[in-house]
Design a binder for this molecule. Structure first.
Ligand code: FE
Length: 189
């Protein structure tokens, strides 16, 4: 298990170190397929439940550092997966899950280019867990992947028992907005 140590220069936003990286010269899809390989699965925990279809979980009563997460669902053969179902659930800024309602819970389906996007907040840490998002990706003909996404530059990353380097999102700032990028790579052609 490897921990977070990003050698790129960074700035701090919302308590996170945001790596400053140049735009990739290749297409986003190609960059993902040449990168980390299959997205590893992780435990789903005990907080999953059904959720509404939506691309934003922001709204009244949702406080914290706003972040937009986006990326692609791809096969290991670099084919975009359209119509993949992506479920997200997470703790609030205080590290608390809503196990009775639908706060900070959503699902969506990738578009024709295999893209997904979510407007949310940075999840708070709890117990021995660093900041993380839970996610399940399902697509016809593919094995479902349940996993967690992590954030670079969080001190608690060094002590989290589950974190994997390949599950850390890439962060950048654009027009004062915090943008996270992660591409899911499923097995398949
Ligand atoms: Fe959790």
């Amino acid at each position: 298990m490897s921990l977070v140590r990003d050698p790129r220069p960074s700035v701090v936003v919302g308590g996170l170190a945001v790596a400053l990286c140049a735009a990739a010269a290749t297409s986003p899809a190609a960059a993902a397929c040449n990168g980390f390989g299959l997205t590893p699965g992780q435990i789903g925990g005990t907080h999953f439940k059904a959720s509404p279809v939506r691309h934003s979980v922001l709204g009244p009563g949702i406080h914290g550092t706003r972040i937009t997460l986006s990326g692609y669902v791809l096969t290991s053969g670099c084919r975009a997966v359209r119509g993949a179902r992506v479920d997200f659930w997470q703790a609030d800024e205080n590290g608390v899950y809503d196990d009775h309602g639908f706060r900070l819970r959503s699902h969506q389906f990738t578009d024709a280019r295999g893209r997904y996007w979510l407007q949310t907040i940075l999840p708070g840490p709890y117990a021995n867990r660093t900041r993380h998002l839970h996610v399940t990706v399902r697509a016809r003909g593919e094995r479902a992947v349940t996993t967690m996404l992590y954030f670079p530059g969080v001190a608690l990353n060094a002590h989290d028992p589950f974190i994997e380097r390949s599950l850390i999102v890439r962060l950048r700032i654009a027009k004062h907005r915090l943008l996270a990028r992660f591409d899911f790579v499923l097995s398949g052609r």
